[in-house]
Design a protein around this ligand. Structure first.
Ligand code: PGA
Length: 248
């Protein structure tokens, strides 16, 4: 499986970022066979970034979508609109969406299903908060979130999971390598129970939370870590490229 380096720009960036395709060219000219790069900008930048990254091996994705196909949902955008804009992947259930916008596992599962229905791939985020980790409940919480956030009748070939401990996002803190490995193994085990071991082994499981060039190598070297979802450090193309170069 190739390593997926996924950038989550959150509510950052503007049109000028997409109007400088040379930035992408310079940064990604050292292409690595073993790595796929995905950039998830704010939705309005998707078409411009798709155009700017043409002829480069970079995919563009979205950070969220509504689960309905259309209708009276002021301010929302559907999965098919994201696909129409050029997105290939959609992040769903990011902890900021869960915490700030009250998204439940059920809503996340519906969004993931809507993403699958358009032929795109959902990146389903799960992760425990600090209190839950300290109380020794991380496995239980993440397991329940994962099961609750998977769409019904889903196929492993159309799924990506991102393990993002909430307390590690934007804080500079990361779990120990043992804890990351153990959680990825736990997630793989749950997928194995649902889909069978062989199919479960094909689902990319990304780690996210304070990934930067200085820690990416050791995180990406862990056996069940198939890539990273990167916030802050993905806003600078040099830093994103440096992380991509850490892929095994
Ligand atoms: P961070 O964010 O890399 O800034 O910690 C990760 C994320 O929120 O996906």
């Amino acid at each position: 499986m190739k390593t997926l380096i996924a950038a989550n720009w959150k509510m950052n960036g503007d049109l000028s970022w997409a109007q400088k395709p040379e930035v992408f060219r310079q940064v990604f000219k050292v292409e690595q066979e073993s790595v796929d790069i995905l950039i998830c900008p704010p939705a309005y930048l998707i078409p411009s970034l798709v155009a700017a990254s043409k002829s480069l091996d970079i995919s563009i994705g979205a950070q969220d979508c509504h689960f309905a196909t259309g209708g009276a949902f002021t301010g929302e955008m559907s999965a098919s609109m994201m696909a129409d804009a050029g997105a290939k992947y959609v992040i769903v259930g990011h902890s900021e969406r869960r915490a700030l916008f009250g998204e439940s596992d059920e809503v996340v599962a519906k969004k993931a299903a809507a993403v699958n229905d358009t032929g795109m791939i959902p990146i389903i985020c799960v992760g425990e908060n600090r209190g839950q980790r300290e109380a020794g409940q991380a496995d239980e919480i993440v397991g329940a979130q994962l099961i609750g956030s998977l769409p019904e009748n889903t196929y492993p070939a159309t799924l990506i999971i991102a393990y993002e401990p909430v307390w590690a996002i934007g804080t500079g803190l990361i779990p120990t390598l043992e804890d990351i490995a153990s959680m990825h193994d736990h997630i793989r085990g749950i997928l194995g129970t649902l889909f069978g071991e062989n199919k479960a082994s094909t689902v990319p499981i990304l780690y996210g939370g304070s990934v930067k060039p200085s820690n990416a190598k050791e995180i990406l070297a862990l056996s069940d870590v198939n890539g990273a979802l990167i916030g802050g450090a993905s806003l600078d193309m040099d830093s994103l490229a440096a992380i991509a170069k850490c892929a095994p």
